[in-house]
Design a protein around this ligand. Structure first.
Ligand code: PLP
Length: 396
């Protein structure tokens, strides 16, 4: 076993680094989740989540991973046989479709090359052709963590509105929330799905659903079976600041602290910080002469960057070299990108020097793993962080 000194670099795109302040906030005795002290915490986190999702409607907090929150969105609003439109933006879209199919939904899965966001024009055309309104929901992944391609949910909402289609709009923003601009109410999202371990800077273990009046009405009318995930039991009891079953109390202490940190920085500043780190990372990739998985600048993710390795080279062998030599974890390629791409997470609790350390580890790892590349990526990223781009530099 190699002995490592200093801090491990956790640069996978979630779970992300948990700030010490959040870790300290969790370090509390467990408490009576039906007592008065808890209700104060319950009310605080429920209201705080509404501010993060930017909604006045209820937000549900589950003791679950993001996958649970995906399932909750489906079982509350849809019944076996219901038709849904999903976009195959990458591996997470594939997994979400898998859940929909297990619940016997009739899924139309619109393919992409995994290097762009969802094709909104194609979604609009499918909806326009659905004159009988058989499609009950449109499901898109906001920040596709397997490809680092973004689908802009408001564009999908505008497509639905243009043709006046009543389908629910469900958005997986599991790795988008608190990293990328997100407006649950203003963008007309019916169900937003998120998790704790990405931009929210918490350990894994909480799943979220933010709702709309329309989603609530759909769930009231929906008679299909569910219990643990039922929104209505949750909302009724949340009014007292408590939960229908034992909540993940210590994670809720952490959630309160994380929301305070996000609000002290200001959510818009958080989004701008991620945009800047995304731009610096892409400048590094370009200088190395490598390709990002995402080919569309409109879809570049500010939260992570997935990078293709040249044909004939193994992205996982490269990641292994980085882990063994520099004690840094990078994200593996998922699904059909396995071995072909690696992912640099730059979301959550993160700053300029953490990015520079990360990119230095990548550049040294590219050398060690003998991946053909040019040096200079770290320098190019530094120029972006200094506020000057490489083109401007080369002219000066
Ligand atoms: N959706 C997206 C976009 C994700 O990034 C992830 C996890 O990485 C999931 C869904 C699944 O969430 P979990 O692993 O917390 O169940």
């Amino acid at each position: 076993m190699t002995l490592h000194t200093g801090r491990h670099f956790l640069q996978i795109p979630g779970p992300t680094n948990v700030p010490d302040r959040v870790l300290r906030a969790m370090d509390m005795p467990t408490l009576d989740h039906r007592g008065p002290e808890f209700a104060e915490l319950g009310h605080a986190v429920l209201a705080g989540c509404q501010r993060v999702f930017r909604t006045k409607q209820p937000v549900i907090i589950y003791p679950s991973s993001g996958t649970g929150a995906w399932e909750a969105a489906i079982v509350n609003t849809l019944s076996p046989g219901d038709k849904v439109l999903m976009a195959e933006t990458g591996q997470f879209a594939v997994l979400w479709r898998g859940i929909a199919e297990k619940f016997k939904l009739d899924v139309e899965f619109l393919s992409t090359d995994w290097r762009h966001g969802a094709d909104v024009e194609q979604i609009e055309a499918k909806l326009a052709a659905d004159r009988e309104h058989k499609i009950k929901a449109v499901c898109v992944v906001h920040n596709e963590t397997s490809t680092s391609c973004v689908t802009h949910p408001f564009e999908v909402r505008k497509a639905l509105n243009r043709i006046n289609h009543p389908a629910l709009l469900m958005v997986d923003t599991i790795s988008g929330l608190a990293s990328l601009e997100y407006e649950h109410d203003a963008w007309g999202i019916d169900v937003s799905i998120a998790g704790s371990q990405k931009g929210m800077m918490l350990p894994p273990g909480l799943g979220f659903n933010a709702l709309s009046e329309k989603a609530l009405a759909a769930s009231k009318a929906n008679t299909s079976m569910r219990s643990y995930w039922d929104w209505h039991d949750m909302i009724a009891i949340n009014k007292q600041g408590t939960f229908p079953y034992t909540p993940a109390t210590n994670l809720l202490f952490a959630l309160k602290a994380a929301i305070a940190m996000l609000e002290e920085e200001g959510l818009d500043n958080v989004f701008a910080r991620h945009m800047r780190h995304g731009a610096a990372t892409r400048a590094a990739v370009k200088a190395w002469g490598l390709d990002t998985v995402c080919l569309d600048p409109h879809a570049y993710s500010p939260a992570l960057t997935a990078v293709m390795v040249p044909d004939g080279h193994d992205a996982d062998a490269f990641r292994k070299a980085v882990l063994e030599n520099f004690d840094m974890s990078l994200g593996t390629g998922l699904g059909k990108l396995k071995g072909k791409a690696f992912r640099i997470g730059h979301m959550g609790h993160f700053n300029d020097l953490m990015l520079m350390g990360t990119l230095s580890g990548v550049e040294m790892g590219l050398d060690l793993a003998k991946i053909p590349h040019r040096s200079g990526g770290v320098l190019a990223a530094m120029e972006v962080l200094k506020g000057r781009d490489v083109v401007a530099m080369s002219k000066s």
